[in-house]
Design a protein around this ligand. Structure first.
Ligand code: PLP
Length: 389
């Protein structure tokens, strides 16, 4: 199989697995214990904190380990909610459901900041929402389109008004250079399985000086910021992934090369292919493409059978295909949305994967178009793999 669904999840790097194995095998000691095994676990957790902090340009005491991106988002949003007075929560209209559903559960109104046709936050319209806003959440890069958001600019505008900002950086980490001080957000959410670490572990960056309110109440773990016994193997894996990616930062250019090779082969080998999303401000690994006269949910099955894993750009619920909220926000028309697929590369893919994948897609699209012309359908599966993760 060729896995081009890194935005959904990435495989563990071999060095991450190696780092985790001893902790999975013998790491039963509770890091809060008072004996040598427990102290070793605590040290391993603190080492992971340093590795992760170094990678994102933060201080170790600015990092809170969590159970993943969703928990980090919920923690940040609830903390900002308690910190701030009355006023709206302003979120971009293309946020992941973790942010959208969390914002909608807060006891304050939610305002949605629009994006342009390329899926980028419209800064003018965003600025117009700031009077009356108490807290903000703008993602760093979108999971469906890979479009990188003008987060730094949004943070500067918010800072002028003293409004705190959280950013869901789950998709940016590992795919672009990320330094928290440069971005300027007060809190940033991360998830290890999106950058070659294990699932079920994440991190929240909390800028020094901003008041923090825990979301998980319990023991005094994480400096009183998150109750619950730490996931030692997971945290060690997250730290190892951060350390590995820090030393492999130059591989972003390989991601670019793979993605461009793939796209160029399809743009020249097929008709009716278009790239969705801002062509300049895009993650190096993500290709969100529309295939004219195609149904993505059927294409996905053909690709799966041919050995290629990717995600549909639109959702299929109970046999009905509907555009995603991101497509709607970008104003992507129905047919173009229905025929859209997301391909997302990781540093474990190769240039040969990119070439082979393009050929597999080319053949699948031609087969699907011929079948459609003859009225033959592959049948619709429900639920289908979609780019919402
Ligand atoms: C942008 C974004 N935010 C948040 C999440 C949630 O992360 P997790 O799966 O670790 O809960 C995801 C994962 O799908 C994501 O893509």
């Amino acid at each position: 199989m060729i896995h081009l669904d890194a935005n959904a999840s990435t495989p563990l790097l071999p060095e991450v697995l190696e780092a985790m194995l001893p902790w999975l095998r013998d790491g039963h000691a509770n890091p809060s214990g008072a004996y040598a095994g427990a102290r070793r676990a605590r040290e391993a957790i603190e080492q992971a904190r340093e590795q992760f902090a170094k990678w994102i340009g933060a201080e170790p005491d600015e990092i809170v380990f969590t159970s993943g991106g969703t928990e980090s988002v919920n923690t940040a949003m609830h903390s900002l909610d308690r910190l701030t007075g009355p006023g709206a929560a302003v979120v971009s209209s293309i946020e992941h459901s973790a942010v959208l559903r969390c914002a909608e559960g807060l006891p304050r109104p939610v305002k949605y900041a629009p994006v342009d046709g390329g899926g980028r936050l419209d800064l003018e319209k965003f600025a117009a929402l700031l009077p009356g806003a108490a807290m903000i959440s703008v993602m760093a890069a979108n999971n469906e389109t890979g479009v990188i958001q003008p987060l730094r600019e949004a943070c500067m505008m918010a800072r002028e008004r003293g409004i705190p900002v959280h950013s869901d950086a789950v998709q940016l980490a590992g795919k672009a250079d990320l330094k928290v001080r440069h971005l300027g957000a007060d809190m940033l959410s991360f998830s290890a399985h999106k950058f070659h670490g294990p699932k079920g572990v994440g991190a929240l960056y909390v800028r020094r000086g901003i008041r923090f309110f825990p979301f998980h109440h319990g023991g005094s773990q994480e400096n009183g910021r998150r109750g619950g016994t730490e996931n030692t193997p997971g945290i060690v894996g997250l730290g190892a992934a951060a350390a590995a990616l820090r030393s492999r930062a130059q591989e972003h250019t390989t991601l670019h090369l793979m993605r461009d090779t793939f796209e160029n082969a399809l743009l020249t080998g097929l008709t009716g292919v278009s790239i969705n999303g801002d062509p300049v401000h895009r993650l190096a690994n993500t290709s969100h493409l529309s295939f004219a006269a195609c149904e993505a949910v059927e294409l996905i099955q053909l690709l799966d059978q041919a050995g290629l894993e990717c995600s549909a750009g639109s959702a299929c619920m109970a046999g009905k295909i509907r555009p995603s909220h991101v497509q709607l926000a970008m104003g992507l028309d129905g047919a173009r949305g229905r025929g859209s697929l997301r391909f997302s590369f990781s540093i474990l893919n190769t240039l040969a994967d990119a070439r082979n994948a393009a050929e597999i897609v080319r053949q699948a699209v031609e087969r699907h178009r011929q079948g459609k012309a003859r009225g033959v359908h592959a049948g619709v599966v429900s639920p289908c793999g979609m780019a919402f993760s």
